[in-house]
Design a protein around this ligand. Structure first.
Ligand code: 6R9
Length: 657
């Protein structure tokens, strides 16, 4: 994204989109909010003291001596402190007399398949699993790979590892044998926890054969612990042990030992855009402090009355931080849903909201845009009056999708919090507070109290209000990644070398005239058109603001005249007709909304977009299509047939005027 022409250094990214809608917090929510505006002042006056108070919300066996030891870019938080994460997430709630409170309402994909776990239930399950791990020879510091569907044994396994100080590495159940194998090898895991299979789209889908293939080449894996979920036929090996045999016969008592605040908690692999996956390492005290505090503040969690549902997969960081650790540390009641939103019907999410009277819902823009495409009539059939706060994470949320979410899911009464963060940040960093902030659709608004984020130009200087550039974080934060597992140099190179003394997030951002932050997509995706750096997000948002468009992805393709030209891929709404002049209509709409510089060269109407398994659009593959190359590596695609569907559309990919 280096500027091509001299003198453009201070205009790293164009600011084209104007959005004037505002939504104030509901008065009752504001009046009883967990966190008020004063938190910003308190944190600004004493940032470390602020995080120390957040850490005091947890139970420590030994208090820390020093809040932060910062040896850039290596941080240690709550140095000298000791605590047990499983004790904080489970036992202390039972000891406080809340053992009968529901921790998880688990909803399987097959209808009628559900299970309820109270905090007492969770305590005995976690203790049994911890004892089982010990019997298998797993010790503090050992790594355990977990390859499970969204069943209760997944959080139970994570907590059992945390309890004994083993480091978990959850690998999303959709990954291939070779992806699993490379992650097992990189972390040198000695145990793999899996299941025979899980339910996906109405049918059992096998997991065990993938594990067998992966561990055939990993001699250090001593055992594979298998949960029976689908009762599919499986091949067994000598190393296999079954959850039902091993875990069920264990004692449900286990004394939790305190671990150092900096003891490794988990590794989570993130692929980034290219290359070898990075094993992001999170540790104990700082991670739990920030996930718990942000979950309380950003969702205004009232643990006694709220029913909270985060729809992410636990295999992604959102599930780690906001299905497992944050909510449990806060004693929340959560929903876990095993399946997909369209099984057995397209109203399944809203049926779950209605059934459990969900009050807080946290989902992704990709899901919201899919619901928009399916039509307003589907959510309208369900009673969702219990909802009071909605959240969004994973990608920039287009203003149109935000407003649709607020209106059709939130009944125009609920605030929507757009939460920006990453696997690397561990917890939410930039977000409105639902009882404090006048939210703007499409903006993540302000860094949370205690977080020092900035938008900087190419040289690392803060951009003025109205300017665009790179998102950077100027001060360490408690739940930051500590390193890339086994590769400190890559940690330094990837995150700390772009700007002196600042964490480089890899996202473009702008600051509006009020100083509020808008995320603009990955900087690798920025388009350079006639010397202007144009963000994918703004053009996509302009397209989605057209009533016929449900989803859009844009990329820059080499162009002889403008350097790069904008090529757009759009999915139409369920009720929109694909007319002959749709391309011209949409191109003009973008030009009118953002200015002629952002007018796409081409518009392609497609049935689907290529997405990662966590729902992010893979623009790299669309760039291959737009530049007439053969399509690159598709192994991280959720649905590998999508690129064929798009390529079939190619004859119409010729340029227009
Ligand atoms: C939590 C998660 C991180 C990347 C991040 C950014 C994008 C996430 C966003 C957002 C705009 C938001 N992202 N939340 N962009 N607005 N509210 O998604 O972690 O899978 O590591 O992805 O996702 O590009 O850099 P991860």
């Amino acid at each position: 994204m280096a500027p091509e022409t001299p003198g453009t250094e201070n205009q790293a990214l164009s600011n084209l989109l104007r959005e004037n809608r505002r939504f104030a917090p509901p008065a009752d929510l504001a009046a009883g909010a967990n966190v008020t505006a004063s938190a910003y002042d308190e944190a600004a006056a004493d940032r470390l003291g602020f995080w120390e108070r957040a850490a005091e919300r947890l139970s420590w066996s030994k208090r820390w001596d020093t809040a932060l030891d910062w040896n850039p870019p290596f941080a240690k938080w709550f140095v000298g402190g000791e605590l047990n994460i499983a004790y904080n997430c489970v036992d202390r709630h039972v000891e406080a007399g809340r053992g009968d409170k529901i921790a998880y309402h688990w909803e399987g994909e097959p209808e009628g398949d559900s299970r309820t776990l109270t905090y007492s239930d969770l305590q005995s399950e976690v203790n049994k699993a911890a004892n089982a791990l010990l019997e298998l020879g797993v010790r503090k510091g050992d790594r355990v790979a977990i390859y499970l569907p969204m069943i209760p044994e997944l959080p139970i396994s994570m907590l059992a590892c945390a309890r004994i100080g083993a480091v978990h590495s959850v690998v999303f159940g959709g990954f291939s044998a070779s992806a699993l194998q490379s992650r097992i090898e990189d972390a040198d895991a000695k145990l793999v926890i899996t299941a025979d299979g899980g339910f996906r789209r109405g049918a059992p889908s096998a997991l065990k054969p993938t594990v067998d293939e992966a561990v055939a080449n990993t001699p250090n894996v001593g055992h594979v612990l298998v949960v029976r979920r689908t009762n599919q036929e499986i091949t067994t090996h000598e190393r296999d042990v079954f959850w039902n045999d091993l875990v069920e016969r264990q004692s449900d008592k286990h004394e939790a030992e305190a671990h150092d605040a900096e003891h490794p908690l988990f590794i989570l692999y993130t692929s980034g855009t290219t290359g070898k996956p990075k094993g992001i390492l999170h540790t104990t005290g700082g991670y739990l402090t920030q996930t718990a505090w942000t979950h309380d503040a950003v969702f205004d969690l009232k643990p006694e009355t709220d029913v909270y549902w985060c729809t992410a997969d636990i295999g992604w960081v959102t599930g780690h931080s906001y299905i497992v650790y944050g909510p449990l540390a806060n004693g929340a009641t959560s929903v876990i849903y095993e399946g997909t939103p369209d099984t057995p019907h397209r109203g399944r999410f809203w049926e779950v909201v209605q059934k459990y009277q969900v009050t807080i819902l946290y989902t992704a823009p990709t899901a919201i845009r899919t619901f928009m495409k399916w039509g307003d009539d589907i959510p309208a059939k369900f009673d969702m009056s219990s909802l009071r706060v909605l959240g969004s994470v994973g990608e920039p949320i287009n203003p149109e999708a935000y407003v649709w979410y607020r209106e059709h899911i939130g009944g125009n009464r609920t605030p929507v919090v757009d939460t920006w963060w990453q696997t690397e940040t561990g917890a939410i960093m930039i977000s409105p507070l639902p009882g404090v902030t006048d939210a703007k659709p499409g903006a993540a608004m302000r860094p949370l109290p205690g977080i020092v984020a900035d938008v900087v130009d190419d040289l690392g200087n803060s951009v003025p209000n109205g300017g665009g550039g790179f998102l950077a974080i100027r001060e360490p934060w408690p739940s930051m990644l500590r390193t890339i597992w086994g590769d400190d140099q890559r940690y330094i190179d990837t995150y700390w070398s772009r700007f002196e003394g600042m964490y480089f997030a890899g996202d473009g951002a702008k600051r509006d005239d009020d100083g509020d932050i808008w995320l603009l997509g990955r900087v690798d995706d920025v388009m350079l058109v006639s010397g202007h750096n144009i963000s994918t997000t703004e053009v996509e948002s302009a397209l989605v603001s057209h009533p016929k468009v449900a989803e859009a992805a844009v990329v820059g393709a080499t162009d002889p005249v403008t350097g790069q030209a904008i090529v757009s891929f759009v999915i139409l709404r369920g009720d929109a007709e694909e007319s002959a002049d749709i391309a011209a209509e949409l191109r003009n709409h973008v030009a009118k909304t953002l200015g002629p510089i952002a007018k796409p060269r081409q518009i392609l109407v497609v049935p689907e977009l290529p997405k990662t398994r966590s729902g992010k659009i893979m623009r790299r593959l669309l760039r291959d299509v737009a530049e007439n190359r053969s399509v690159g590596d598709v192994t991280t695609l959720a649905d590998s047939t999508v690129m064929n569907l798009i390529s079939e559309k190619l004859p119409s990919a010729k340029s227009e005027d």
